[in-house]
Design a protein around this ligand. Sequence first.
Ligand code: MLT
Length: 325
Amino acid sequence: MSRRPFLQLALGAATLPLASIGVGAETLARPVTMIVPFAAGGPTDVLARILAEYMRGTLGHPVIIENVTGASGTVAGLRAARATPDGTTITIGHWGTHCLNGAIYQLQYDVREFAPIALIASGPQLIIGRPDLPAKDLKELIGWLKANGGKATAGTAGPGSGAHVAGVFFQQLTGANFSFVPYRGAGPALNDLMAGHIDIMFDQASNSLPQVKSGTVKAFAVTQSSRLASAAEIPTVDEAGLRGLYIAYWHGIWAPKGTPADVVSILSNAVISALAEPAVRQRFAELGQEIPPPDRQGPDALRSHQAAEVEKWWPIVKSANIKAE
Ligand code: MLT
């Protein structure tokens, strides 16, 4: 079966065989579905929807978001891995789905087997707490967690997700003990934090910054060595007393393995064009997201970034004995 039925001339009505079309002249002839592996309204969903809106302009067709949730993005991962590789299905993912999951889950696909499209952006996590938590800084939070050993709860985006892994590292560094409550994404977990049903989260800054600003959650530290330009009042983990707990939560977009190179190129061009839009850049900056320079956004950049992250994190996660349960 041809995997290229969806290419057409950018301006022409007729669908022509790819070989008859000049490089750069074609676009996709059908809407694209972008699988989001977590709940709507969460950090990955928000980035996906911002990009989808602007990719539409380049592709000439809508990019439809489909939230496929469950098991820290592995339900979506299998679905994306098995989709027809013709450019009509792509998936957004991140440090958790396309790196950690490969070390934590027994998967029916390989997180490294997708066709990379673009490296989008990277941002830190925030260590946050429910608004009425009786701790005013990170040291007090650690003391409170120790005093409430076993009773305190941390919301995560699923077993083995980045929020869970960061929480395990936090426990190992501090000796604090708390249990993890899995959700189908950081969006619903944050809702429960604001409602006081759980105590803390290790959350992507893009998810919780608006709530930190409005005072509906407490922020104790940002997991990088410098403060965020968009939230300079939040101390770094180094300043707050947890030196070196750095987490850079990067996002990328992939197609199923076997998607033709010219289709990947069209999709990559659409993402990179969206990332150049001033409105996208401003929105990402507000969300604490750093967009890589243009020469670090394309398929090769994502492939090598993911490979380096797998090489760095798989041994750490395996030696920390972090399990999906
Ligand atoms: C989400 O969109 O819910 C998140 O990306 C989950 C996570 O933090 O891994």
